[in-house]
Design a protein around this ligand. Structure first.
Ligand SMILES: [Fe+2]
Ligand SMILES: [Fe+2]
Length: 479
């Protein structure tokens, strides 16, 4: 899963934080509005109650109490009052009678106010048409402009009655909702502006410089050019650029040192491989000298094997391995006594068996090596007298049971032995050699190799003419 960007994480956290903040602010504001509105409405109700009280007192003094309903209706319609009624206390009823029927209906709220003398307010703000009911008592007092006790035969502080007012508060509520909606819209607008500004700041001061730094750091590493700290506006990125330059120059210095060490190691390895190859070749020559083989037999077998491996399409590594290992094909002869090895006449059967054992001796000499070239030489030493049809020795292997290296060396060895002069025979003419090898196709030799030999006879027969001072493929052994 792709990881989120710095921008995404910052914006997400900011949105969450600002949304919570906006909700809290709007909630606190709404509660404040409610409290202020209630306070204002209660004051309004108290003012209306005072107006009603003053009006009723004036009616009473003027003796026109029968006209008071017109007055109350007028107040109702002028001040957006849903309901307005006056309820007399028991003391007033006793003195002046029950009054109008509407004045005598006191519910539980009104009774409570009549008893306690403290105003009560009940709001229904969540209904479709929100209202507040205010029940405000009139207390008899001899103080102030009017002395109630002049008319009312009651004690000071007696509750004379209440005014029960139901006010329409939808105006307050609608105004509050309107202001809150405006505030919510403004909050959203601020939120969007803050997010846009934050994104722009991160892009310009974090993301872009970071990407620039990464690109320049890669370029600095690849092209060995320093990252310029001056291109960054902020101190932090300029410092990182300087650190990258120090780090890159350190890496480059180490790389150069490693390259030099590597070159030295390659040269040393080449030297070791070349020495090993020459040593193997020299061992082959030592064996060749002791066996009184024709001069340069080892070298010609080596060249033949190399050319045949190439013609047979072996991999370059296999060709190198075979070329380097082939000089040791008869190394086992070092373990054959001189009286047998150098015997001029025919071998007895026992001597012949001992002579054949040079294959096993050679393998025993080489089989314990962990070097690929010596392991290959061991296989060649063991199998170079095997025949394609199974008539060879020492194991009587057949066909492809015989390793391709051994099949190639077998052909190379016999070709050179026949084509050159030996103590016991003259060199055969090339035609005779070729005829004999063709005759052995599928018997002693791999038929495919014989075909390659015949098809490229000119190249194979010219191998002995090469410069004899060089060792084929010297320095190419990599095993
Ligand atoms: Fe041999
Ligand atoms: Fe040989």
């Amino acid at each position: 899963m792709q990881k989120p960007s710095i921008n995404t994480i910052t914006v997400k956290n900011l949105v969450n934080f600002l949304l919570i903040l906006a909700v809290i602010l709007l909630g606190v504001t709404a509660l404040n509005f409610r409290s202020l509105s209630q306070h204002a409405i209660q004051n309004q109700a108290l003012a209306h109650a005072e107006l009603v009280r003053a009006g009723l007192t004036a009616h009473m003094k003027a003796g026109i109490m029968d006209k008071r309903d017109y007055y109350l209706d007028e107040i109702k319609s002028l001040h957006q009052i849903n309901k307005l009624r006056v309820i007399r206390s028991q003391e007033v009823v006793s003195q002046f009678g029950p009054g109008r029927s509407t004045e005598s209906l006191a519910d539980d709220f009104a009774i409570k106010v009549l008893e306690t003398g403290r105003p009560l307010f009940e709001s229904k703000e969540w209904s479709f048409l929100p209202t507040m009911r205010a029940i405000i008592p009139y207390i008899a007092s001899s103080k102030g402009v009017l002395n109630c006790l002049n008319c009312h035969k009651v004690a000071e502080g007696t509750v004379l009655g209440v005014v029960d007012i139901e006010l329409d508060i939808s105006g307050y509520r609608n105004h509050s909702i309107y202001v809150l909606a405006i505030m919510a819209l403004l909050s959203m607008l601020f939120l969007v502006l803050i997010i846009l500004n934050t994104r722009r700041t991160i892009n310009s001061h974090v993301q872009t410089p970071l990407e620039t730094l990464i690109n320049h750091a890669m370029e600095a590493y690849q092209k060995h050019t320093p990252v310029s700290p001056d291109q960054f506006k902020t101190r932090e990125f300029a410092n990182v650029a300087q650190e990258i330059n120090l780090f890159t120059s350190d890496i480059i210095a180490h790389q150069e040192m490693l390259k030099e060490k590597n070159r030295e190691l390659i040269a040393l390895n080449d030297e070791i491989e070349s020495t090993l190859r020459e040593t193997i070749y020299t061992m082959g020559v030592i064996e060749e000298q002791r066996s009184k083989e024709t001069n340069n037999h080892t070298r010609r077998v080596m060249l033949f094997s190399q050319l045949m491996a190439q013609k047979a399409g072996l991999a370059e590594s296999d060709t190198d391995l075979l070329t380097a290992a082939s000089p040791l094909h008869d190394i086992g002869k070092l373990g054959i006594p001189d009286k047998i090895l150098l015997k001029p006449g025919r071998f007895t059967e026992e001597e012949f068996l001992q002579m054949q054992n040079h294959t096993n001796i050679g393998f025993s000499m080489l089989k314990h090596s962990r070097r690929e070239v010596l392991k290959a030489a061991g296989i060649i030493a063991l199998q170079h007298h095997e025949a394609w049809d199974g008539s060879g020795y020492p194991q009587g292997l057949k066909g492809e049971e015989i390793h391709i290296y051994s099949r190639i060396v077998a052909l190379a060895d016999v070709f050179d032995a026949l084509h050159t002069k030996r103590i016991y025979k003259e060199a055969w003419e090339l035609d005779k050699v070729v005829a004999w090898i063709r005759e052995q196709r599928g018997k002693r030799f791999d038929p495919a190799l014989v075909d390659l030999f015949v098809d490229n006879l000119d190249e194979f027969s010219a191998l002995g003419d090469r410069d004899e001072s060089s060792i084929p493929g010297a320095g190419c052994v990599s095993h």
